[in-house]
Design a binder for this molecule. Structure first.
Ligand code: MRU
Length: 369
């Protein structure tokens, strides 16, 4: 995507040295800074602290982490240790495990002397494939927006999205936002209701920044506003991303997604999840039971970050009483019955095991339950 007239991906490899470059997402929308990551522990910390975040990007970053591990010590012991450290960096997005499981056996099958070269090639391939995959999601989702445009009485298609499932959450294009970028580029008028997405505000900080940079009309709303807007007929369609989707179509995504799905269901508004097949965990059927939900620091709830409008400095302030405790479950599960469809790189499937397996028969077999 374009940032100030230059094309950027959210992650890339330096040309001539073992270095991974990422956009520091903790500073957006106030500062655009590129960070250099040179070690596995840099990668682990950048995933854990959400310098990079979003399920597909977490997977791509972990792949780059294995590449860095292979450049320092390509023995099996070191690669296995790096695999474990990377896998433990965040628990919910299954793309992390997907990328590591794809790379490690291929690396170990090669002579140690060629592993660093091969790891770079595989990490690059995972990044490139992510871009193509998300572009495919965008094309399939575009057909939905185009249909909504034909049937909507509003002058623009009003789409609600939650969290950030844009290009920053992937290597490029995004998942939920890819159809929106493509619709806008195709001349379909769209307007996006952007859930702020407490506690980390990925919607207010990242989605709003991406949409603004692309010239797409959007309005940031408090997380609690979506149901009311649906009752008022101001939302035509909801599209969200996913961190892990079961083979049966239950969708785990940023905390608060479930409440939007309930409100959409009650108001007869179509609710779609857009995700690459690497987000489907073929080993599980019941999202509420089987998906590990990350518990993050209570300080993300009790404190808030932003720019001090007087000094211009980034600052962090407390918003709860000193003695109140806070809890911070980072994701929730939307059961498949509330989901109208799953937009993937191969097409739009019903949120059901039959439909997902029919679309991805080989992947569904890879890890039978
Ligand atoms: O905690 P985050 O910011 O990593 O959570 C991200 C989300 O929940 C996204 O919606 C999801 O990863 C899909 S990204 C294309």
């Amino acid at each position: 995507m374009q940032v100030n007239g230059s094309h950027f991906r959210s992650i890339w490899l330096a040309d001539d040295n073992p270095e991974v470059l990422v956009i520091d997402q903790t500073l957006l929308p106030f500062a655009f800074e590129v960070r250099s990551l040179g070690t596995v522990s840099d990668i682990v910390l950048s995933i854990r602290n959400m310098v990079v975040r979003g399920a597909p990007l977490i997977g791509a970053t972990a792949a780059c982490g294995l590449y860095l591990a292979a450049t320092t010590d390509s023995t099996e012991a070191n690669l296995q240790a790096a695999y474990q450290d990377l896998l433990a960096s965040r628990p919910t997005a299954v793309n992390l495990r997907w990328a590591l499981d794809r790379m490690l056996p291929l690396l170990l099958a090669k002579p140690a002397s060629t592993r660093a070269w091969f790891a770079r090639k595989l990490a690059q391939q995972i990044c490139d494939e992510d871009v193509a995959t998300n572009s495919g999601i965008g094309n399939h989702g575009l057909s939905l927006i185009s249909q909504a445009s034909n049937s909507s009485s509003n002058c623009a298609v009003n789409i609600l999205t939650h969290c950030n499932a844009g290009w920053l959450a992937t290597v490029d294009w995004g998942t939920a936002l890819a159809p929106i970028f493509k619709a806008h580029d195709a001349g379909i008028p769209v307007h996006v209701w952007v859930d702020e997405t407490r506690p980390r505000n990925q919607g207010a900080s990242l989605t709003a920044w991406e949409l603004g940079a692309h010239g797409i009309p959007h309005t940031v709303i408090a997380d609690n506003a979506g149901g009311h807007l649906m009752q008022q007929g101001k939302i035509d369609l909801c599209i969200v991303g996913s961190d892990r989707t079961t083979r049966t179509g239950d969708v785990c995504n940023k905390i608060g997604t479930y409440l939007k799905a309930l409100a959409a269901y009650d108001n007869g508004i179509p609710f779609y999840a857009a995700l690459p097949s690497s987000t489907i965990d073929w080993t599980i059927r019941d999202g509420c039971r089987d998906i590990p939900i990350e518990e993050r620091s209570a300080e993300e709830v009790s404190h808030i970050r932003g720019r001090d409008t007087e000094t211009g400095n980034l600052t962090r302030i407390r918003i709860t009483p000193d003695n109140s405790s806070a809890a911070n479950p980072a994701f929730d599960v939307t059961p498949r019955k509330y989901i109208n469809g799953i937009i993937t790189e191969r097409g739009i499937a019903k949120a059901s095991e039959e439909a997902l397996v029919a679309l991805f028969p080989r992947e569904a077999e890879t890890r039978p339950i």
